[in-house]
Structures are given as structure tokens and as C-alpha cells.
Design a protein around this ligand. Sequence first.
Ligand code: PEP
Ligand code: MN
Length: 338
Amino acid sequence: MVIVIRDNATDVQVNELMDWLQGFNVKTNLVEGVHSRIIGLIGDTTPIDIDAVKARGIVESVKRVQEPYKNANRRFHPDDTIIEAGGVTIGGGGLTVMAGPCSVETEKQLMETAIAVKEAGADMLRGGAFKPRTSPYAFQGLGKEGIELLLKAKKETGLPIVTEIMDLSDLDLFADVDVVQVGARNMQNFTLLKALGRCDKPVLLKRGLSATLQELLMSAEYIMSEGNSKVMLCERGIRTFETETRNTLDISAVPLLRQKTHLPLVIDPSHATGISSLVEPMAICAVAAGADALEIEVHIDPKTAWSDGAQSLTPEQFKTSMRKIRAMENFRKTELAD
Ligand code: PEP
Ligand code: MN
């Protein structure tokens, strides 16, 4: 962190500021130029609130030279994190595919979908029991019953399950869930993030609708700073001026986050586009870009789905897409590897 001091600051004020900064266990290096004074901070500046520094009257400007996240930062953890969830790994060079319906609707719907995605080569079953819907009048999910159905499908197919938590008070219901999803709308629910940080459960953290990548990383930091390092980051499209697609898939998030963090990276081409015909090409792009995992919505009969039918693949479409996705995974391994 570099702090530029105002011209009219007295030596006493500058010393006071340096004393305060040293209280954060950093070294202060005062550089006296002809026209200005600058304080350089050496050490871990992550606990220092940049706004609190700016609020000091004698501070002209402040610039961070290091990222404000430490646990998620590749600088401090050069090796990729590999997460184990229900016998499946996420990260470390392979491609994990999570697939299933947007919402768990009925036992028949879930079981048939689970069997179909397994046969097509999916590694995990996704399905929403608690649904964050824009309208309070839309289907809100089966709740506890939905989790029970997912556990039943897990037992029957052997597929580990990923499902979204919306409310901390439901946490006990997630005891046998393999990956807990934090949806885009809850990316900055800091109470929820901190509580998940105190659990020993893999978390799939989705990027907020209008969140920057740094904000996504800071949300991961909330979980990790409480002790849980099993966090994967999911790009699921962001809000832009484009209205042809539900969201805009920021595919550059994959190579960029790869540089910034060691955490596994997931792409959700379903919510990113909102259009089933775009899911396969975006999934293939995601694999080419280096994603560690995909999360794809599949429904036995999309036209009757209780949520997100327009972006859901039929089992048949998913099967075809999986062939191409695995082909790209292979190509990545053999031809695109450094
Ligand atoms: C979902 O995965 O079902 C979901 C609601 O996703 P998002 O939070 O990305 O909108
Ligand atoms: Mn959905």
C-alpha cells in the first residue's frame, strides 16, 4: 500500500498516522520527496481498510499494490486447490460436470434426470430445493423434501449432490449434501458466507449478477478466513446491456481468475445464457478456456419445467453435448496443455 501525504501535514500528524498503521503489524517506510511525502507499507496490508486510511485528514491518496485477499490469492498459494466432494474431485486439471434440474420437482422427475445425466457421464447431480426466484409467486422449491429427494437420488445413482442454501437456519438439512451452493443473489450475504466458513463442506460460490471478480474473490475470502478453504468459484453470467441473452457469459473470468487464485473454477452456461441452444457451445468454450467444472441444467421435459425450462437441456441433448464436452476436455489435455 502506498499513501501520499498532503503538503500541509505536520510531522506530528505524519508520525501519528505511521503509529496507527504500525498497529496493523506492517512496516512503514516514509519517503520524503522535494514536493511530497509518501508512506510505503511493507507486510500484510489485508486487514487495513483503505477507506479508513482515506478518511485520515492528512491523506491525499492511497493505492493498494497488493490484492486485499490473502487466502484466495495465488501469490500465497501457488498450487491449484483440488476439492474432494463425495468421492469426486474438482480442480487439478480434470473436468467435473455437475448436471441436473434447476428445481427438484417430483421424485419421478429427479430420479429420471439423475439416471439420465449419470448415463451421459455427469460426475455430480445438481438440483435446487430452495429456489431464489425473482417473483414471490413463482415456485419456491420443495425445501426439506427436495433435499430428501436429492439424497435419495444420490443413494440410487451414487452421484454426489450440489444444492443451494438460502437461509442459515436450514444448514442442518445440508449435513449429507456434498457441495453447498451459494447462489448469485447471496454472493454478498456475509453472515451466510461466514457461517459456511465454519463448516467443513465444499462451497460452490456463484458470482453475483453485477459483481466484479474482485468482489467474488472477497466473498470467497469471507468463507476462507473462517477456516473453510474448500471454495470453488462459479461464473454464471453477469448483467450487461444485452437483452438477447439472460446474462452475458464472462468467459475471460476463467483465465483471469486462474492467474489471481488457486481455487477451482466452474462455469454455468445455463444461467449465463438462458437459452438451451447456447449451452453446448458455451460449455465447450468454457472447457477450452480452462474451466475445472461445468454446472448444467437438464430436465426430462424442459417445456414442463417448474423453473428455467428455456435454458434446460433434454437428456438427449445433454448426452450429445457431453460427447463434445469430453472431446474438448481430451483436446485440452493433449493439445492445449503447456
Ligand atoms: C441455480 O443454480 O439454480 C441458480 C439459481 O443460479 P444463480 O444463483 O446463478 O442464478
Ligand atoms: Mn436455474
